[in-house]
Design a protein around this ligand. Structure first.
Ligand code: GCO
Ligand code: MN
Ligand code: MN
Length: 384
């Protein structure tokens, strides 16, 4: 097993991930600026498939039209010569002071309009590179104090912006799928739509709900102690898993953006196995960054590590599925799953009410999940 990343694995990185300079609230940058063109070359070198960007990762916010055009030309040439795709684009609605009270949900209508305009322009930019998915992460859509607005007004404003952007997508013929990315907090004390599940419910209220799905992130579900794989499974079951952000995180801490699989390898294993078992075929986007201790070589180690860990878990998942003892235990589980209540009818419900269940017998046998989990651990620990 070489665990070499190949284009068909669809591994992608954001410009902001490999370009992260190690700045944090307590200290300045420790690495040099990585230009977008150099980032693309590096991603090709380590075997990635794609690169993603926020509008201003590529084009500075105050660039004149001519500068924008030459940046786009140069970046496209770099992508083409190194065979790197742009599967996803996004918009930065968090960095500028104008967004200090939110973007689509800000109280000032001019801020909201500016945010929608900036998003339309970012959609134009992504479309120039053939991006198929447009991610929206509402990092500033939240509060420190609930005195400032009613949260349901924020939801209504977010809906208005999404409906507008879907119409723009149609009018321009871009064919984007929007992927909404939830996060519970950071940089705001509380961010609206704190979980993937919140967005899944909200999407149903949109004019073009078929155009909008989710972009769950490991760290964002893990910060509040939730199970990422369960969030992903709910999105998948709803036909809404349009993108995914892979990284790692210890629950309850600040937003760590650790290398994929490095904090909770077992959770990462179940996630990879799930994605592979159901046949998710979108990009595997690593939204993480190298430790602050690293130089440029360390950033490559980080990027290679994310992809290698994914591929190792993919292999472990195949071993899990093929393991004879695991298969036998799963067959025992499946044998008990014979029927269920089925669809409601008056007769069927009368039948169900008339059945007698021996509830003591129902709990008479151990379920062997200890053994099943130990077999899982032995595969993970490499002694199977
Ligand atoms: C974060 C987020 C971002 C978004 C990105 C794409 O915690 O900062 O994960 O990295 O994914 O802005 O929209
Ligand atoms: Mn994040
Ligand atoms: Mn993210």
């Amino acid at each position: 097993m070489t665990f070499e990343p190949k284009p068909e694995h669809k591994f992608s990185f954001g410009l902001w991930t490999v370009g992260n300079r190690g700045r944090d609230p307590f200290g300045e940058a420790v690495r040099d600026t990585l230009t977008p063109v150099d980032a693309v070359k590096m991603l090709a070198e380590v075997g990635a498939y794609g690169v993603n960007f926020h509008d201003n990762d590529l084009v500075p916010i105050d660039a004149a039209a001519a500068e924008r055009d030459s940046i786009v030309r140069e970046f496209r040439a770099a992508c083409e010569s190194s065979g790197i795709k742009v599967p996803m684009a996004t918009v930065n609605l968090f960095y500028e002071a104008a967004f200090r009270d939110g973007a689509f949900t800000a109280n000032d209508a001019n801020v909201r309009s500016y945010a929608v305009q900036k998003t339309m322009r970012a959609m134009d930019l992504g479309a120039e590179f053939g991006a198929e998915t447009f991610v929206l992460w509402g990092g500033r859509e939240g509060v420190e104090t609930d005195a400032c607005r009613r949260p349901d007004d924020a939801i209504k404003r977010f809906r208005e912006a999404m409906n507008y952007l879907c119409e723009y997508n149609i009018a321009q013929g871009y064919g984007y799928k929007f992927a909404l990315e939830a996060k519970p907090n950071e940089p705001r004390a509380d961010i609206y739509f704190p979980t993937t599940g919140s967005y899944l419910a909200f999407i149903e209220s949109l004019d073009h709900k078929e155009m909008v799905g989710v972009n769950p992130e490991v760290a964002h579900e893990t910060m509040p102690g939730l199970n990422m794989m369960h969030a992903v499974a709910q999105a998948w079951e709803a036909g809404k898993l349009f993108h995914i952000d892979l990284n790692d995180q210890v629950p309850g801490r600040y937003d760590q953006d650790l290398r994929f699989g490095s904090a909770n390898p077992k959770g990462a294993f179940w996630l990879v196995k799930y994605l592979e078992d159901v046949g998710y075929d979108g990009p595997r986007h690593f939204d993480a960054h190298a430790y602050r201790t690293e130089d440029f070589e360390g950033v490559k180690d980080f990027a290679r590590g994310c992809m290698r860990t994914y591929l190792i878990f993919k292999d472990k998942g195949e071993r899990w599925n093929a393991n004879a003892e695991i298969k036998a235990l799963l067959a025992e589980i499946a044998a008990t799953d014979n029927g269920g209540v089925g669809a409601f009818s008056t007769e069927a419900s009368a039948g169900l009410l008339g059945r007698s269940f021996d509830r003591v017998a129902l709990a008479s046998k151990g379920l062997k999940y200890e053994r099943l989990d130990q077999l899982t651990m032995e595969i993970l620990l490499g002694v199977d």
